[in-house]
Write a protein that binds this ligand. Sequence first.
Ligand code: ARG
Length: 457
Amino acid sequence: MKLWEGRFEKPTAKNADAYNDSLPFDKKLWAVDITASVAHATMLKECNIISESDGALIIEGLNAIYSDIADGKLQIAGAEDIHSFVENELVKRIGDAGKKLHTARSRNDQVATDFRLYVRSSFDGLKESLKNLVSSLILRAEDGLDALIPGYTHLRKAQPMCAGHFFNAYSEMFLRDLDRVTESRERMNVMPLGSGALAGTSYPIDRNICADLLNFSKPCDNSLDGVSDRDFVAEYLFDASLIAAHLSRLCEDIILYSTEEFGYFEISDEYSTGSSIMPQKKNPDIPELMRGKTGRIYGHLMAILTTIKAIPLAYNKDLQEDKEGFFDAEKQIISSVDIMAELLKNITLRKNNTTAAAEGEFCCATDVADYLAKKGMPFRSAHAVTGKIVRFCISNGRNLQDMTADEYRSFDPLFCDDICDIVKGVNCANARTSFGGASKKSVEENILSIKQRLAKY
Ligand code: ARG
């Protein structure tokens, strides 16, 4: 039965129904729909808009429907949307009293409320997943404290770092994501229920009762906005998109660093795949797939932004398009974050390789220039002298670590014997004690700060 069929002489065409119905996907909202309806019925009863006994019957009926769906005894089917399904089922079970549930309410404020409740718990789920991911990164950073890794710019070796620094950088990104998700969740936690179809209602409702029962911070201040605002969906999708962007960078680093050419990481067998033809292959399918899902999540963000663009006030059916993309994005981002947290626990830092690599390809050249500059030579001149040393090494198959102090002195008399120690990778990394830098000490401080910020959640 349609909730609105009284006005119509003929039934809707079958294909129009199929096109219009949202039940196939909005049935996911069954629990929040019932919860919001229980709050609404409680409020109607408390405000004497419906009788005590009708209210009690409705609430009991809704709770029974809830248990039956939860227990798999009641299948969700045969209605236009989840709101119609629950209401039809209620009327089937308790008769006329059930027909009073929709007093002072419209499906417009109902769906806006239901979806907010759903997305709110999705934000909560995303927060938990992000916390777990940062915990995994902390483990890796701690493990990396006694190793070096080269830092790169332009994907060319740049400077040696304590290996933990690499993982901490990703913790910082995901901690910002955690902040962002928390702020988005707070902003969206206002209740549309009581907005009616668009203009509020003439019944003496008390919106604060429902807001309290449903744990919203307050009822929304404007009914037109309440029924038509889907900013919270766009915000979730943006937050998810940025998380996906951060994940895709981490994936790319993991893929690259686990190649035979780099040999910095070994992904465990449990999180690797093979080839059907090449027996030797161990492929990084998981991070590749995760990198690939980024586009799909961005796509859902573009879709909702485009859907809400230029929609006139207030509710329009376009807004039904807010759900499917969201559900998919949520599934993809949660599974990606969760898998990454596990993959990181199952990745080995090949410390001998990363530490050796951190000295190669003249990674320590900046420190040679800094050495001269600290002895009074203007940095620009020190850069030029060091450039000549690097050129000499390249032409003669040498490196900065096997040069003698005398050889250094032949380029400039400021060099003393200690230069041979200065150019060791570990000393270069540990010299970077500036706040937020790559020395072991700074990385330890960074880990502590990450742990403190994480503990606030
Ligand atoms: N299925 C609809 C949606 O998701 C519910 C709201 C319907 N309201 C309406 N006026 N047709 O948006």
